[in-house]
Each structure stands twice: as C-alpha cells, then as structure tokens.
Design a binder for this molecule. Structure first.
Ligand SMILES: [Zn+2]
Ligand SMILES: [Zn+2]
Length: 125
C-alpha cells in the first residue's frame, strides 16, 4: 500500500481525548514508527480511575442487605455481599430484579448456569 501523506499532516494525527475533547490523547505504546494512542488523555484517565461510576442499582435507592437472599447467611460487612441481577439485564434496576448474595453463593452462581449476573462495580468504557 503506497503512503499518501500529502493530504494529511502526519505530525497532527494525534487524536483528541474522547472525554474532554481538549487534551491530546495519551500515548498507549509505540510500535516501530507508529504511535498508538489511548481514547482519552492522561488527566481524564487519572480522573476516571478516581471517580468510579456507581452501578445502576445505587441510583434507585436500593441498599445492600447484610443477609444473603440465597442461603440466608448473615454477613458482618456489606463487602461480603454482592448484588445480582436475576434476569441478567444489568439495566433492569427494579428492586424485584435485584438480589443480595454472599461470597459463597457468588462462587456458586458464577459457575452455575443461571441468568443471574453480578453487578459490575466499575463501568467500563
Ligand atoms: Zn481528557
Ligand atoms: Zn449465600
């Protein structure tokens, strides 16, 4: 493939950050003469690591229970309880679709064939 560089200024091909559209995107890695960029700039990637987006169910006022709704295990800390979407639809945040599940049941659920899906803690982009 011949390189047609005359219409493109190759020194200006650094993409802009997808989030702030102001800063140039951060360098991901270099391969030979080609530089690969991330989708966002360094300052946005630092920010997005700090501000973890909360899962959808937190916005509905749903609170983690300390009792596992599968085996009735009573946990001392909410860290041992995981929220599951029983229909597997992570956008269906109605309370009837949510279940609190303990760490033990989580292991069982993740290896069992169910529609239950664990709520992600951090949204990926
Ligand atoms: Zn940015
Ligand atoms: Zn359990």
């Amino acid at each position: 493939m011949p390189l047609k560089g005359f219409t493109i200024n190759t020194s200006m091909n650094r993409p802009l950050c997808n989030l702030c559209k102001g800063n140039p995107a951060a360098v991901n890695y270099k391969l030979g003469a080609k530089t690969y960029y991330r989708k966002i700039c360094a300052s946005c990637s630092r920010k997005s690591r700090r501000i973890k987006e909360m899962p959808g169910w937190t916005k509905t006022g749903y609170k983690k229970k300390l009792t596992c709704e599968r085996c009735s295990f009573v946990s001392k800390t909410p860290l041992q309880i995981f929220v599951y979407y029983i229909d597997g639809n992570l956008k269906n945040n109605t309370w009837t679709n949510l279940r609190c599940v303990c760490a033990n049941c989580r292991i069982e659920l993740n290896s069992a064939k169910t529609t239950w899906r664990e709520s992600p803690l951090v949204a990926d982009y």
